[in-house]
Design a protein around this ligand. Structure first.
Ligand code: HEM
Length: 483
């Protein structure tokens, strides 16, 4: 852990500053879960980088200091676990468990299996399917351009990420981009927000008085579980019909099934199903929301937009969805993604629970204590980042190449988390984001990106943080407004 501090100098929970609460419920009623991250950032300003919260009977220490956050994130799975509350809400909903919620030995086994399935060779084999999804996005926006309609940015980008992840996860061409039908996405969209809301609910009213919303949620869980089980049956059939797939699985589900079939894997089809569901949930909103924020920030920064557009039109001169090679050349676009995630991290907080007594800085953290990391505080601070409020993709580049510049931003901004539980989908997410941006910037000229009232989009947190109400108008590149 941190530099040793003698026990007598350690601060205890009760010694910490923090917002005043009320008896029994503590700070619970001060929390609106849809803007929790903004509230935590504000409290960081008032009480400093370590403060306390009482959430009913639960106690939490909030961390805003990036070094302490990194220390805690790296001390997993032995020092910290994901919270028992998350596990309780997830299980009560009837959702199957996967690597995101797992802990201890189960997590180790599941993480190994998931990482094997994310092997770069496998993701490369999947690239043509991703190009097809890119093409479908292009067609959808071409239609909008021709009809002169406004694009609901969030909704279209979710279709893109659902199709991309479904292709990777199940080898299924789900194709929500070309359909306006009632799709699995509708059910998935209910689950994330509900999990998050229930974690912070002062009283579990749904147990005694289920609302219409609660019943719709229960229905969605049944639908999603049935869909995932159906995908597993199909995957098993494919493996049986073509045993060569065991050597070269063509999607993540097949790779997970093969890994589960290994002797002593300790994994069964239920755990495979839980991980397929986890991929869908963890890979959908996160990537779509980051893309929506990136398009908004580029529109606000015309010089960066011009530079990103020039790069895309040089690398993808034929306007086709980029190959693996071309994706690797979109360095400026990648820097825009990193800069977007610094300013608008879609996971702006990360909650953990201590498994043993430990220390963070000069604070004693007893076993069982919840620790909430506030990810954006230092990434937006002038103390750490020069002109922190400015959208400046250059800070991620050295000589036009990413990955060579040991900038402060890279150390401090941790949009994918850190340590052993860092997001296993991060490279895939970057590839997907570069694919969508290449489609947009090679084929279209953006005419406008705005909210209905023209104000800065509100940040809404529902486990992932999204911009509210962003709309976009585009024109096909090379076709004049009158044509
Ligand atoms: C821009 C897109 C994304 C962002 C910002 C993001 C962010 C994160 C963050 C912050 C975590 C928690 C890490 C930690 O606790 O240290 C996480 C975990 C995870 N993410 Fe992502 N993610 C993205 C895309 C994806 C995609 C595309 C997938 C899969 C298809 C994915 C799968 C996962 C999984 C399975 C975990 C749990 C890992 C574990 O607990 O061991 N994510 N992600």
């Amino acid at each position: 852990m941190n530099a040793p501090t003698s026990a007598s100098r350690l601060r205890q929970f009760d010694d910490l500053p923090g917002p005043r609460g009320v008896p029994v419920f503590g700070n619970l009623f001060q929390i609106d879960s849809t803007r929790l991250h903004l509230q935590l950032e504000k409290w960081c300003e008032e009480h400093g980088p370590i403060f306390k919260l009482r959430l009913g009977p639960r106690r939490a220490v909030v961390l805003g200091d990036h070094e302490l956050i990194a220390t805690a994130l790296r001390d997993r799975p032995d020092g910290f676990r994901r919270t028992t509350k998350l596990e309780q809400v997830w299980t009560e909903l009837g959702l199957m468990g996967g690597v995101f919620g797992a802990n201890g030995e189960t997590w180790r086994r599941q993480r190994r299996m998931v990482m094997a399935a994310f092997d770069p060779g496998h993701v490369k084999r999947y690239h043509p399917a991703l190009q097809r999804v890119g093409l479908r996005l292009a067609k959808r926006w071409q239609q909008a351009a021709r009809d002169g309609t406004t694009i609901d940015l969030q909704a279209d980008l979710m279709r893109f990420t659902v199709d991309a992840i479904a292709g990777l996860a199940f080898g299924a061409e789900v194709n929500t981009l070309e359909s306006d039908e009632d799709v699995i996405q509708k059910h998935l969209n209910r689950i994330f927000p509900a999990v998050f809301k229930r974690i912070f609910a002062p009283i579990p009213l749904w147990r005694w008085f289920p609302s219409v919303e609660d019943r719709a949620l229960a229905h969605s869980v049944v639908e999603v579980n049935a869909a995932v089980e159906g995908f597993i049956v199909q995957g098993r059939r494919r493996l049986q019909a073509n045993p060569a797939l065991r050597e070269h699985p063509s999607n993540l589900l097949e790779a997970l099934l093969v890994a589960a079939d290994e002797p002593d894997s300790g994994m069964d089809d239920k755990q495979v199903a839980g991980n397929v569901l986890t991929m869908l949930l963890a890979g959908e909103d996160t990537t779509a929301n980051t893309l929506a924020w990136m398009i908004h920030l580029l529109w606000q920064n015309p010089q960066a937009l011009a530079q990103a557009t020039a790069e895309v039109r040089r690398v993808c001169a034929d306007g086709e969805p980029p190959t693996v090679d071309q994706i690797g050349q979109l360095n400026y676009v990648e820097a825009c993604a990193h800069e977007t995630m610094r300013l608008k991290p879609v996971a702006p907080q990360n909650a953990m629970q201590a498994l043993r007594d430990t220390t963070l800085g000069d604070v004693h953290i007893p076993a069982g204590m919840v620790v909430i990391a506030v990810m954006r505080r230092d990434a937006m601070s002038e103390t750490h980042i020069h002109e922190a409020a400015r959208f400046d993709p250059e800070r991620w580049l050295a000589d036009g190449h990413p990955g060579q510049h040991a900038s402060a931003a890279k150390r401090i901004s941790m949009p994918f988390g850190a340590g052993p539980r860092i997001c296993p989908g991060r490279y895939l997410a970057l590839v997907e984001m570069k694919m969508a941006m290449a489609v947009l910037l090679s084929r279209f000229d953006i005419q406008n990106v705005s909210t209905v009232d023209g104000k800065e989009p509100r940040e809404r947190l529902q486990l992932a943080m999204a911009p509210v109400g962003l709309r976009m108008k585009v024109r096909e590149h090379g076709i004049s407004a009158q044509a």
